[in-house]
Design a binder for this molecule. Structure first.
Ligand code: FES
Length: 176
């Protein structure tokens, strides 16, 4: 089994500080190597995988439009702190920040799940929280999205938390 990152292990939650957005984005960029590239890839492919960093294909003040990945997988827009994920007929735009204390998330290919390197919360590819893992109390935060042709358009002013508006959170995807 793949050894998971131990960086920041042993950090007490009581000592955790919210990560400033600028630092978070910097960390997200640095940790991109450890974050999901291609969901569902075989271990051999994963070993050779490269991170696919993307930028919006178009944008206005609050909306970012991304090309929907051609196959199941995730792409990262580190400048905007988003992950564009296609998984089993749906596309999502997640925040790259852990819903507990904003740590940039990582992806483990063998387990096909996200993990927070700080307190080890885990999430499935749809962003659902894996019960009793780490210290998160909800799934990955999702942006409100709409479909525009082959693109998924995320409103970065509208971030949904599962425990705040579960119905809206569940509906925050487009079909592909
Ligand atoms: S920061 Fe605590 S579980 Fe992610």
């Amino acid at each position: 089994m793949e050894k998971r990152s131990t960086e920041r292990e042993g950090t007490s939650c009581n000592g955790c500080a919210l990560v400033p957005r600028r630092d978070f984005l910097r960390d997200a960029g640095l940790m991109a190597v450890g974050i999901l590239v291609t969901l569902g890839a075989s271990p051999a492919r994963a070993a050779a995988a490269t991170i696919e960093l993307v930028s919006p294909v178009s944008e206005n003040r609050e909306e970012k439009s991304y090309a929907i990945p051609a196959q199941d997988g995730t792409q990262i827009d580190k400048d905007n702190g988003t992950m564009i994920t296609r998984w089993q007929g749906k596309a999502y735009v997640f925040s790259l920040a852990c819903p507990h204390q904003n740590t940039a998330l990582r992806w483990h290919d063998k387990e096909t799940e996200f993990e927070c390197p700080k307190h080890h919360s885990r999430f499935d590819p749809e962003g659902n929280y894996v019960k009793d893992s780490g210290r998160a109390t909800r799934g990955l935060d999702r942006f409100v999205v709409r479909k525009d042709g082959n693109n998924v358009v995320a409103n970065l002013d509208k971030l949904l938390q599962e425990d705040d508006d579960e119905a809206a959170w569940k509906a925050a995807f487009v079909t592909v």
